[in-house]
Design a protein around this ligand. Sequence first.
Ligand SMILES: C[S@@+](CC[C@H](N)C(=O)[O-])C[C@H]1O[C@@H](n2cnc3c(N)ncnc32)[C@H](O)[C@@H]1O
Length: 258
Amino acid sequence: MTMSELYNPDKYDRCLPLLIPAFELAREVLASQIHALGEELKSASNSEIAILDIGCGSGFSSIPLLASFKNLYIEAVDSDRRMLESYRRRAQQLLTDARVLANVVDLACLEPISNKADQSRLFDLCLLFFVVNNFSNEIREKILLHALLMLKPGGCLIVWDIFGFQSLEMQSTMLSNEIDLISKNFDREIELATEDEALELMEEKIKWVQHYKEDNFYPPVAFPSDDNGLRLIQYHTDSTEVLFRHGLQVILMFRKRR
Ligand SMILES: C[S@@+](CC[C@H](N)C(=O)[O-])C[C@H]1O[C@@H](n2cnc3c(N)ncnc32)[C@H](O)[C@@H]1O
């Protein structure tokens, strides 16, 4: 199955809450964290809050979380033009005074960046929502490192994802629960839908179950650490905090040392 079959913005927004267990609860946890961070950043500086939304998709998960921010600059990157277009539209509707730059980037081919990265182009907050699970561990590690390198000192990286953060044994035990849950969620919506919508939802359900079964099964990702051969790069993490865990879903927060 190709990425563009899976990530069609017209259908994705409807499906995401059906795919992610306790989606709303997780979003509430994130909303309060992001709000607190916004207040901290606002009082620390009068300049724009700079956000990098990596694998931004349609902005369905991230943009509503940023709606209380003023004076925002967002760089949103994704490989899919339709997702980026949908992101731009949603940002225009919900983030009235944000400057948004949406760029096509293939995360599988990230160019390594160094500690010489232009400091004025670093970000206060990087978001990686449901992105790293799409890639092999080698690429996942590169994406995580890239996100950390793109942070300003004191900046924050939030990873919200499923799969890839637990042992393989744990992932395989939980996978069948996850598939049951998806099936139940879709079936409930299908019952309430019109005939055309129901057909569409059935197709989506089949696609996503197949994707979960076939595509997302890697050993736990290794997080970049200060002492794993990256000494040339000026990057340190103070802490990695698990904000939320539910089934295979996890929200992690990294702060970069000042
Ligand atoms: C599950 S969606 C997550 C979207 C968004 N972050 C969210 O929370 O709704 C995964 C996103 O990763 C993008 N993606 C997949 N492969 C990619 C690649 N090689 N480079 C950049 N983006 C990619 C897809 O287009 C899709 O928008």
